[in-house]
Design a protein around this ligand. Structure first.
Ligand SMILES: Cc1cc2nc3c(=O)[nH]c(=O)nc-3n(C[C@H](O)[C@H](O)[C@H](O)COP(=O)(O)OP(=O)(O)OC[C@H]3O[C@@H](n4cnc5c(N)ncnc54)[C@H](O)[C@@H]3O)c2cc1C
Length: 609
């Protein structure tokens, strides 16, 4: 029985000043790829002059010729990466025929219209994967194994409730789908599932239901995509402040279900700090609370179970989030440090100062060089300027080009706040041997984030398997985690006698009082290697094990999905793991939500690939 929230009925307090934005229609040209990352019109390729270029006009690097990038890639991987070494994708992929969903279809046709159901093969393939290397490989060079048999597109919570009832009655398994950007194989359909699998695509539940300017909250449907939430809130002078690097394509429901983190979390918080309330359709009915409070102490809070639930426990239909006034000032900055360890010490002091800007990231020397390799050929004036800059950095300051690293910064807030943040940050940077490298470089660094996300699809077509993975670590272990992860990766690569040189790079992306989040990028040239995706997974698994040994976490924000479930016993006692399994068993005994992520619903030992 659904009890209507008295706050929603407007009985408990005056909500007359709430804003009810009209439905949002995204621009027509924002068509997403079915195979690969991002928008249809954007991809890296090698142009007729043999230089890498990003098509389209969306990003700062779009259209720019990058003459140094291909030679740099060949150099850093010590392999023949180039226009003549192309690993062409399959022209088409085929998926197995859909299982019989006729009884389920008949049941849901009572409340869904024709256009809310699809068994299109391309869509089915897209709904069966996220963006791990294995996920992408399988729709580029392979035919995916099991994919959903049917996609449904509910447009309101009541339809989701009825879908869950129909799934229960007709013996169908449901997997919620947000933006399909996860990097944990969370959307991979369990091969052992004997029931038909239905993907519940939340994209039509994308409305901002209201914005409450007085209480600084907003009620948003779970299928709303990050970029659209940003645009709409901005129209009313607000921001959510949640900016994962996938913000263009990931959804609010996906953020909660994966326990996501955004680059500006220092100012606004991670997803768990931003969410005040959520509504979830479970196998038991709708989980809802009657009131939105700044904080409560009301015993065990069942809503907490849905952070990181990865589709196992129910479908999040809407979320009440905090919103913030759009910042008065946004400044960028950048600092060069002679070595990674100087940068880490600087970040540590910055955390201790507790005057931390919205975002600060530290890239290692390899990523610093990568950034340089993305540049366009300079004009004569730029070349002259760059010569002088190099002279100052390398000769006067004595930085070693093979050791130096960079931090990029985003400052947000009132003009006074930003001025204070800048003063503290640059003082600390100086204390640790840092050198200001200008606002423009900082800005470019951040703007690159979204364009550069397309690079993995490009390198894959040139025989490089690559992906990123992350961890978090206390300050005391940061350098050891980075050092040991790198050594282990290099050792694993060498032991397998793989071609070329391993690409391995690290950056610190988030700072906390007790430590940081670290991202690793790893890749290698694989031409001639048998089953490179399996080899990659073995190396990544070994590195993960090393990270855990060195005092890092299993994941800071990507989650567990199916890619890391085998490590769970290393981070939690058996009673802890049992509680998680029992929550599933108690709330969804029939396993209607059958994604089987983070080991729930599977025998121990699964996920070892
Ligand atoms: C280039 C790139 C950059 C990234 N950057 C970041 C980053 O900066 N920070 C970060 O945290 N992550 C990042 N990610 C990972 C990913 O974007 C996040 O995990 C994101 O939160 C997933 O959201 P989604 O809407 O795409 O979910 P999906 O991939 O569709 O689903 C993820 C899981 O959540 C479940 N789910 C989705 N919607 C719902 C719902 N409404 N109810 C219940 N369960 C649901 C699915 O069943 C699945 O198990 C990045 C990924 C890529 C490829």
């Amino acid at each position: 029985v659904s009890v209507q929230n008295p706050f929603e009925r407007g009985e408990k307090s005056a909500h007359n000043n709430r804003i009810h934005p009209p439905p949002y229609t995204p621009p027509k040209d924002e068509v997403e790829k079915l195979r690969g990352w991002g928008f249809e019109d954007t991809a890296f390729s090698v142009n007729s002059r043999g230089h890498i270029q990003l098509s389209g006009t969306r990003y700062t690097v779009s259209g720019q010729e990058m003459p140094y990038l291909l030679p740099w890639m060949a150099d850093v991987t010590n392999s023949p990466v180039g226009p003549h070494n192309v690993h062409a994708p399959l022209a088409d992929i085929s998926v197995e025929s859909a299982r019989d969903t006729s009884a389920f279809r008949a049941a849901v046709r009572e409340f869904l219209s024709d256009d809310q159901l699809s068994d299109d093969a391309g869509l089915r393939a897209r709904h069966g994967h996220g963006h791990t290397l294995r996920d992408v490989w399988r729709v580029t060079y392979d035919n995916p194994p099991r994919v959903p048999d049917l996609i449904v597109f509910p447009s309101e919570e009541e339809q989701v409730e009825k879908l869950v009832q129909a799934a229960h009655a007709e013996g169908v398994c449901l997997i919620p789908y947000g933006g399909g950007t996860n990097v944990t194989e969370a959307l991979e359909c369990p091969g052992e599932e004997s029931r038909p699998i239905v993907s519940v695509d939340m994209q039509r539940m994308n409305k901002i239901l209201w914005i409450d300017p007085e209480n600084m909250t907003a009620h948003i449907e779970a299928g709303a995509v990050g970029r659209n939430i940003q645009r709409q809130l901005k129209q009313y002078g607000f921001t959510l402040g949640h900016e994962p690097d996938s913000v263009e394509f990931s959804t609010l429901g996906g953020w909660v279900a994966t326990n996501a983190s955004g680059m500006k979390k220092n100012r606004y918080g991670n997803i768990e700090d931003l969410v005040l309330d959520l509504r979830v359709v479970t196998a038991q009915g709708v989980l809802e609370r009657y009131g939105v409070m700044p904080r409560e102490s009301t015993g065990v809070d069942p809503r907490r179970c849905f952070f990181g639930s990865e589709g196992n426990l129910g479908i999040i239909t809407s979320v009440i989030v905090k919103v913030f006034p759009a910042p008065e000032v946004e400044h960028y900055g950048s600092v060069l440090f002679p070595r990674f360890s100087n940068g880490v010490k600087f970040l540590h002091d910055l955390a201790k100062s507790r005057i931390v800007p919205a975002s600060v990231r530290l890239v290692d020397n390899t990523q610093f060089q990568f950034g340089q390799s993305l540049k366009a050929a300079p004009t004569p004036l730029q070349a002259q300027k760059s010569k002088i800059e190099k002279f100052i950095v390398l000769k006067l300051k004595g930085f070693d080009p093979k050791q130096m690293v960079a931090a990029t910064v985003v400052f947000e807030g009132s003009a006074r706040e930003v001025a204070a943040q800048e003063e503290v940050l640059y003082d600390l940077a100086k204390k640790h041997g840092g050198m200001k490298a200008g606002e423009e470089n900082g800005k470019k660094g951040y703007q690159l984030t979204f364009g550069i996300a397309y690079i993995r699809d490009f390198v894959l077509r040139h025989y490089i398997v690559a992906e990123s993975f992350e961890t978090s670590a206390p300050w005391a272990n940061v350098e050891e985690v980075v050092h040991r992860a790198r050594l282990r990766a290099e050792r694993e690569h060498a032991e397998r006698k793989l071609p070329g040189k391993l690409f391995f790079s690290a950056r610190v992306t988030q700072v906390y009082d007790p430590g940081v989040c670290i991202y690793f990028y790893m890749g290698f040239f694989h031409k001639g290697v048998d089953d490179p995706v399996r080899v990659y997974a073995e190396i990544e698994g070994a590195v993960r094990s090393e990270i855990l040994d060195a005092g890092g976490s299993l994941s800071h924000h990507h989650g567990v999905g199916k890619i890391r479930e085998r490590f769970l016993p290393r981070i939690m006692s058996e009673p802890g793991l049992r509680i998680v399994r029992q929550i599933k068993q108690a709330t969804d005994p029939e396993n209607v939500f059958g994604a089987r992520n983070h080991g729930v619903g599977r025998e121990p030992g699964h996920g070892e690939h």
